[in-house]
Design a protein around this ligand. Structure first.
Ligand SMILES: C[S@@+](CC[C@H](N)C(=O)[O-])C[C@H]1O[C@@H](n2cnc3c(N)ncnc32)[C@H](O)[C@@H]1O
Length: 278
């Protein structure tokens, strides 16, 4: 187990708490099975031999927590539609170009919620050069996001019925996001602890992922994200997360924390923003 916890920490900065071993054994038994190994012990033995990159990747995948839902926490999407996107658009009006990065997208509900919010509430952006980049360390999650296929239980969580039938089509017992919405999302596998190919992002959603990292991991990830942000870009974390990083100013916008690199004019310009914690 110590070997596996070290693998999760080294490869993805994941800090797995002692006491979660039972849960992990269940998930890893599936990986062992998939790779035709007799047990989790055999999986560890194989990993210890080295040169088993696909196995190591699948093992790290299995150790990630992919909990997500459409329009999770709802307030951030209201804040996006009413304040954050209009503010960014006002500052980018000359270039008419905007890049949004969902930096830990899980199975895709978050980037598709962003895309649907734009279609419904900020349609002018569809005439801009808009990029919505969705990334995750887990190849399984990247594949799911790209496919945009969701079960009935998944669409029941957070997706209003009107939007379900407007933006997804039924495929047997499942639902698939319609091509015009899927086409708005670029999906890539990216490990947040490694150097990022992204630069000049106007908005980064880094929601509900920092909680899985220890202090050193958080710092590493924030270093990477900071480099990917435009100098006056904005960073949104989960509603129950707070950044203790003195490189950032924060504002509360519609019950959502929005951070911007210190010394830029970005956050104070956000209409209706306050520095009071909710
Ligand atoms: C709990 S989900 C959050 C999904 C979504 N952002 C939301 O708020 O609903 C966390 C995601 O972070 C991903 N993740 C964990 N460590 C990562 C890393 N080092 N690099 C990129 N993604 C990572 C996991 O695979 C998982 O899909």
């Amino acid at each position: 187990m110590n070997f596996l916890l070290a693998l999760a920490r080294d490869r993805a900065a994941l800090a797995i708490e002692p006491g979660q071993e039972y849960l992990l054994s269940c998930r890893l038994a599936g990986v062992a099975n998939q790779h035709k190994l007799a047990s989790v012990e055999a999986l560890v033995a194989r990993l210890r031999m080295g040169r088993a990159d696909a196995l190591a990747q699948d093992t790290v995948d299995a150790l990630t927590t992919n909990e997500t839902s459409f329009f999770r926490d709802i307030h951030p999407y209201d804040a996006l539609a009413t304040q954050i996107l209009p503010d960014l658009m006002a500052r980018r009006r000359a270039a008419r170009q905007l890049t949004i990065w969902c930096a830990a997208c899980s199975s895709g509900q978050e980037p598709y919620s962003v895309a649907m919010t734009i279609r419904e509430r900020v349609p002018e952006l569809l005439t801009w050069r808009l990029r919505i980049i969705a990334t995750d360390v887990s190849q399984a999650m990247v594949d799911r996001t790209r496919a945009g296929v969701f079960t009935q239980a998944e669409v029941n969580r957070g997706l209003p019925a009107r939007m379900l039938t407007k933006y997804l089509s039924q495929q047997g017992t499942e639902w698939q996001v319609r091509p015009e919405v899927r086409g708005m999302i670029e999906v890539q596998r990216t490990n947040l602890v490694e150097p990022q190919p992204m630069t000049g992002c106007d908005l980064v959603l880094l929601r509900n992922v920092l909680i899985y990292f220890d202090a050193a991991g958080k710092r590493r990830v924030l270093d990477r994200v900071t480099r990917a942000l435009a100098p006056d870009g904005l960073l949104m974390v989960g509603v129950s997360e707070t950044l203790f990083d003195d490189r950032y100013d924060f504002r509360v916008v519609g019950r959502t924390y929005v951070y911007s690199p210190k010394g830029t004019a970005a956050a104070p310009a956000l209409r209706g923003a306050s520095q009071e914690k909710p």
